[in-house]
Design a protein around this ligand. Structure first.
Ligand code: NDP
Length: 334
C-alpha cells in the first residue's frame, strides 16, 4: 500500500503551468481556492453562465467558458458532475488536447465505464478526495489535510506521477496522505459504499424512527438520539481516532453489553445478499447503464424519489421543529 505525503511532492512543478478548473461546484471551488492559497499562480476557471460562475468571479478568478479554459491550460481538472462530464468533454475539451497536456479526474467513474476515453498523447490522472468540497476547504484553512486516492491512468509524458503529487499537495491532500488506487477500484469502492452501506445506514435510521414512534417515544427525542444531538457524529469520529472496537469503551457497560448481544443476534445473511447484489451490478456496469438511461430520460425516477424523500418523510418535519427549538449554532454544512 503506497502512501505519499507533503515531502514526496514538489509544488515547483506547477509554476509554469496553467491549470483549468472546469466546474466551480463543491470540488471546483475548494480545489481552486486551496491551490491559489498554496501559491499556484495560474488558475483559470471554466464554467457556464450561472451562480457558480458569479461565485468564481467574486472569488477573484479569471472565468471563461469550459472550452476556452481547456484551450488555455496545460492541466485540465474535470470537476463537473460525473453524468455531465462526458458531454462537456466531447463538445469542449477533446479538441483542445495536445501532447504535454494532462487531464485530471476527481472520480474514476467516467474512465472506468468508458464514458470518456482520452487520447494516448495526454497524461490521465485521478485525484479523488475522500472529503466533501466544503470540508476540504475548512481543513485546508485549519492547516489540516484530507485523504485522496490517486491513480496514474496514463503516463504519456513520463512525468504524470510527480505532476499528480504536486496537484495533490496544492489542494492540501498530501498533508494527510494520498494513497494509490486505480480508477476502477476507486469507482467500484465508492459506488459500493454508496449502494451497500449508505442505504443500510439510512434504513437503520428510518426504521428505528418508525418503530420508536409506534412504541410511543416523542419523535423529537428519537431524532435527537439518532443523529441531531451530534453524539452519533462524535461516535464516528471516535471510530476513526480510536478504532471501531476501542471506541466502544467510551460507552457505558450497559450500552456495550446490550449492543454486543443484539449485534450477535442480527441476521446478516439478508444484509450480505443485498450487498453482493449491489456489488454485482456495479462490477458488471449494469448500474452505470441504468444511471445513463435515467439521465437520457430526463431523470424521472430520480426526481420522483428525491421529491418523495424531501417532502413526504415525517423526519423532515421533526427536524424543522427541532432546528427552531435548539439553541445550537447551526450552519457548518448548510
Ligand atoms: P457539483 O455539482 O458541485 O459542481 C459541478 C459544476 O459543474 C458546477 O459549477 C456546475 O454548474 C457545473 N456544470 C453542471 N452542468 C454543467 C454543464 N452542462 N456544462 C458546464 N458546467 C456544468 O459537482 P461536484 O464538485 O460534487 O463533483 C465534481 C467531481 O468531483 C465529480 O467527478 C465527483 O464525483 C467528484 N467528487 C465530488 C465530491 C464532493 O464532495 N461532492 C467528493 C469527491 C469527488 P451548474 O450546476 O450551475 O450547471
Amino acid at each position: 500500500m503506497k502512501f505519499y505525503h507533503d515531502e514526496d511532492a514538489d509544488l515547483a512543478l506547477l509554476e509554469d503551468r496553467t491549470i483549468a478548473i472546469l466546474g466551480y461546484g463543491h470540488q471546483g471551488r475548494a480545489q481552486a481556492l486551496n491551490m491559489r492559497d498554496s501559491g499556484v499562480g495560474q488558475v483559470v476557471v471554466g464554467n457556464i453562465q450561472d451562480e457558480y460562475r458569479d461565485q468564481a468571479v467574486e472569488d477573484g478568478f479569471p472565468v471563461v467558458t469550459p472550452g476556452e479554459a481547456a484551450q488555455r491550460a496545460d492541466v485540465i481538472l474535470l470537476l463537473l458532475p460525473d453524468e455531465v462530464a462526458p458531454l462537456v468533454y466531447g463538445e469542449e475539451v477533446a479538441d483542445t488536447l495536445r501532447e504535454g497536456k494532462a487531464l485530471v479526474f476527481a472520480s474514476g467513474y467516467n474512465l472506468t465505464y468508458g464514458h470518456i476515453q482520452p487520447p494516448d498523447l495526454v497524461d490521465v490522472i485521478m485525484i479523488a478526495p475522500r472529503m466533501l468540497g466544503q470540508g476540504m476547504r475548512e481543513l485546508f484553512l485549519k492547516g489540516a489535510g484530507f485523504v485522496s486516492f490517486v491513480s496514474i491512468e496514463q503516463d504519456a509524458s513520463g512525468q504524470a506521477r510527480p505532476l499528480a503529487l504536486a496537484l495533490a499537495k496544492a489542494i492540501g491532500s498530501t498533508r494527510a496522505g494520498v494513497m494509490e488506487l486505480s480508477a476502477a477500484q476507486e469507482t467500484h469502492l465508492d459506488l459500493f459504499m454508496e449502494q451497500a452501506f449508505g442505504p443500510l445506514l439510512g434504513a437503520a435510521i428510518t426504521t428505528a424512527y418508525q418503530v420508536g414512534v409506534e412504541a410511543g417515544f416523542p419523535p423529537e427525542a428519537l431524532v435527537l438520539e439518532l443523529y441531531m444531538s451530534g453524539e452519533m457524529a462524535y461516535v464516528f469520529k471516535a471510530m476513526g481516532e480510536l478504532g471501531l472496537m476501542k471506541q466502544a469503551r467510551l460507552h457505558s457497560l450497559t450500552s456495550q453489553f446490550g449492543g454486543m448481544i443484539r449485534s450477535l443476534a442480527l441476521n446478516r445473511e439478508e444484509i450480505e445478499r443485498n450487498m453482493r447484489e449491489a456489488l454485482d451490478d456495479i462490477l458488471s456496469g449494469a448500474f452505470a447503464h441504468e444511471w445513463e438511461e435515467e439521465r437520457k430520460a430526463g431523470y424521472p425516477s430520480f426526481t420522483f424519489m428525491r421529491e418523495m424523500s424531501d417532502e413526504e418523510h415525517p423526519l423532515t418535519g421533526v427536524e424543522g421543529r427541532l432546528r427552531k427549538q435548539l439553541r445550537m449554532k447551526w450552519g457548518d454544512v448548510a
